[in-house]
Design a protein around this ligand. Sequence first.
Ligand SMILES: CSC[C@H]1O[C@H](OP(=O)(O)O)[C@H](O)[C@@H]1O
Length: 350
Amino acid sequence: MTKSIIPAKLNKTKDKLVLLDQTLLPEKEKYLELDQREDIWEAIKNLRVRGAPAIGIAAAFGLYVCLNQYQTDSVSELRKELKEISNYLATSRPTAVNLFWALKRMEKRFEAEASADKSVKAIKEALLEESNNILKEDQKMDQAIGEHALKLLKPGMGLLTHCNAGGLATSGYGTAEAPMYLGFDRGYDFKIYADETRPLLQGSRLTAFELNKAGLDVTVITDNMAAQVMKEGKIDAVLVGSDRIAANGDAANKIGTLGVAILAKEYQIPVYFLAPTSTIDLQTKTGADIEIELRDGEEIRNGFGRRTAPHSVKVYNPAFDVTPASYITAIITEKGIIKPPFKKGIKGLF
Ligand SMILES: CSC[C@H]1O[C@H](OP(=O)(O)O)[C@H](O)[C@@H]1O
């Protein structure tokens, strides 16, 4: 299956970041071409581009596009501008560690070139190369994650997924959806159940859109149906992505994942978190240390422009929750499969 949709890429001739505006899916496929830091920040903040790896890729290209406009012959002036843009983009969303990982990787490349006394022009070219490398490596990692995951799955299985961790969240096949695509190519005939995933419906709007478009067998269910499909024996495994995995194996993912994991434990269904190693944050000791993004209450009171709660009512709208390692059967990365209990911590397990 060729990868048809790349949610974040660079238009080199125009020197613009090109984003598929995911807020318009599934009805409209519209691409944005951005070269202003405020517009790139807004696109990440409002989930026009979303999903941990895709956010990192968008930030890397965005940093390059904005810095390339800055005219100077001074490397130290360029460094100041780079840090300003990077620090600004880093304020767009707090939970997905890939955003910070990608920005730090671009800064590291800058310093490597600067310490080799490269010119401003050469440094800018190196940052373009680094941002392209991040995208290409992500595509390869998705493939590797999919291959490792298939070792744990069998043809004909029922798979439940939550939110979107597919091609719209990365530059390749996705993470949780990667084995689904690879399995489809190999005749595995998976029956996929996609939770709608309130409040922004990444499951019904995005996962169902991309899997359906590619011809996979996907059924949308509401978030409160997860227990029922498990009870009916329709689900053999839960596969989800992640936005940040702490050093002890606790994993942050879209709000509602914790509930799915608890239900899966009750029905003795394995729960697999699939993510590139860039999502593992060894500086974050446990899930309790992961900052959870709180989003605007209007996403719930007035979701998609339909008022379903009074203007003045209070709303609590955390975008993620944390699943303790004890509820996770395995974490599947491009480097292999790791299983709790992570007594030694994840470091050194691969
Ligand atoms: C492959 S990471 C996808 C991850 O990101 C999603 O969050 P959001 O749509 O808010 O960016 C969700 O947590 C997915 O599992």
